[in-house]
Design a protein around this ligand. Structure first.
Ligand code: C2E
Ligand code: CA
Ligand code: CA
Length: 511
């Protein structure tokens, strides 16, 4: 059955759509978290670089002050200044040694006193700072030398690399942090390197000191953003996965709904899959074809021809029955209209309608359009309303049936005998025909009670001057009985099964 078994989309497509709708919030959320992590790391590296810069400047202030204090002593003999040199070393926490220079010669040192060593100003970045990898006293231990000169005299004060690398280690605990002086740079392990800085691929921040000739670079190694996210965001990831699952479920449900019966029928309606079949109705006496009942079939692309009782209830429930009937009437008009000139007496065309058709007056227009397609007077349109779902009389229905009658449209009560319509009801709606339900016809010659009801209905219709149609006539005995009881019209497999338009039109010419 087309409305429950087979979903519209392929299974694989549905799975992909469900997965995509589940992944979408996860991917989007991850992108946002990634950007947030990048921002956080950028701020962290900026902050680290600023803090390191501030600390190094403070240390250099200390070192530079020692040099400034000593510079006026340059030129005096080492003997005279030795104590002053040592005093600075003792008093200033970061100063490791102090030296005096005259004419580019270091001639007095806090460590050795009298000393002789040439000073090359080119070793100093901007003439001021030299980051060296140790001296003869402490080889392979970083040392930052501050140079201050004035004319022929100069003072050199040194800052112990231990303090510097300590800062790099303490401040840059999460960060890669280096101190750069000219060509040379110091890493957190205390070693001095020359040339290119190490790669800081993530969130690199480089700050130049405005007061001393050094810079600081901070950053993170490759992959740090993911590591950061893995460390910091597990609760947010759980939330994302939750959203993903919810969104996937919504995607799944929406797809299921889009393959719901009414959606499937709307598609079929647009694709023109609902087509009319025609079952002849014959005269009780002559058995000549006097009309036809239009019965809907669903020409389903995969299921083949589908019986109406399998889909009409869904169509009624979703309200689609109204446009479906409209389409059926338009198709019938287009198929039979061109042959209407050859119709002998007014040819009865029965169309099944439901309670949904009686909620407004649209049906009047549909009927007018239908009748316009036929040669005037050649057809009699009969609307069949089943007794099982008879409608409540309201202003709208009164107007509807009045206007329909003005158009010459007839009303038949279908499946008569199975419901409970009163005589008053039949009169109120100005009913023209009763269609005896096939269950009574089937009982002819079998069940006395059913036959009694049948006889009563036939009598009643005669008294009320209503036309009567017997449905489901399958045997000659049934036909004979009904004819003998003056039933006006007969319909059933005995005379013809519901058939496609082409078969019906060609059979019509023989009858
Ligand atoms: P219905 O209006 O009572 O239509 C008569 C049904 O009896 C048709 O079934 C017809 O094929 C079947 N029938 C006719 N002669 C015989 C017979 O000799 N023996 C037996 N056993 N059956 C016979 P079908 O075409 O399957 O339609 C079933 C029902 O679906 C219809 O009952 C009608 O209530 C509904 N239906 C069909 N087309 C439409 C439509 O366009 N609109 C609406 N609202 N309902 C429709
Ligand atoms: Ca009917
Ligand atoms: Ca019926």
């Amino acid at each position: 059955m087309p409305l429950t078994v087979r979903p519209r989309r392929k299974r694989s497509t549905r799975i992909i759509v469900t997965l995509l709708s589940g992944l979408l919030p996860i991917v989007l959320g991850s992108v946002i978290l990634y950007m947030q992590a990048e921002r956080t790391l950028q701020q962290s590296s900026q902050h680290t670089a600023e803090e390191a810069l501030r600390q190094f400047e403070l240390m250099l202030d200390n070192t530079a002050q020692a040099a400034r204090d000593l510079l006026p002593l340059a030129g005096k003999t080492c003997e005279e200044v030795k104590l002053a040199l040592r005093e600075q070393v003792t008093r200033r926490p970061f100063v490791r040694s102090t030296n005096l220079v005259w004419d580019n010669d270091l001639y007095c040192s806090s460590l050795f006193g009298d000393f002789k060593e040439a000073v090359n100003a080119g070793d100093y970045h901007a003439g001021k700072l030299w980051l060296m990898n140790g001296n003869p006293v402490t080889p392979n231990t970083a040392l930052l030398v501050y140079r201050l000169s004035d004319g022929r005299g100069g003072a050199l004060t040194t800052l112990d690399g231990y303090h510097l690398s300590n800062i790099l280690r303490l401040i840059g605990r999460q960060t890669l942090l280096v101190l750069q002086v000219g060509e040379n740079w110091l890493s957190a392990d205390g070693s001095v390197h020359q040339g290119e800085l190490p790669a800081l691929p993530v969130a690199q921040s480089t700050l130049n000191s405005a007061r001393y000739a050094f810079s600081v670079a901070a950053g993170f190694p490759q992959g740090q953003v993911w590591r950061y996210m893995a460390d910091e965001y597990p609760p947010l990831f759980s939330l994302l996965i939750f959203f993903g699952v919810v969104s996937g479920a919504i995607g799944h449900i929406v797809q299921k709904r889009s393959t719901s019966p009414s959606h499937e029928m709307l598609r079929a309606l647009e694709a023109g899959e609902f087509i009319p079949y025609f079952q002849p109705v014959v005269h009780g006496d002559s058995k000549a074809w006097s009309g036809a009942e239009v019965l809907m079939r669903w020409n389903h692309p995969k299921e083949g021809l589908v019986r109406p009782d399998l889909f009409i209830p869904f169509a009624e429930h979703s309200g689609l029955i109204v446009p479906m009937t409209r389409s059926l009437m338009q198709q019938t008009a287009a198929l039979l209209g061109p042959h209407s000139a050859t119709f002998a007496t007014p040819f009865h065309i029965g169309i099944n309608i439901t309670a949904s058709h009686c909620r407004d007056l649209d049906l009047v227009e549909d009927c007018r359009e239908f009748l316009d397609a036929f040669v005037a007077g050649s057809v009699s349109l009969v609307l069949e309303l089943t007794e099982r779902e008879l409608i409540e009389p309201t202003d709208i229905t009164r107007q509807l049936f009045e206007q329909l009658h003005l158009l010459g449209v007839k009303i038949a009560i279908d499946d008569f005998g199975t419901g409970h319509s009163s005589l008053g009801y039949l009169r109120k709606f100005n009913v023209d025909f009763l269609k005896i339900d096939q269950s009574f016809v089937a009982m002819i010659g079998i069940d006395a009670l059913s036959r009694h009801i049948l006889d009563t209905i036939i009598e009643l219709s005669a008294k009320l001057d209503l036309g009567i149609v017997a449905e489901g006539v399958e045997t000659q005995a049934q036909a004979d009985y009904l004819t003998a009881h003056h039933v006006n019209f007969l319909q059933g497999y005995l005379f013809g099964k519901p058939m496609p338009a082409a078969d019906f039109i060609s059979a019509l010419s023989h009858h």
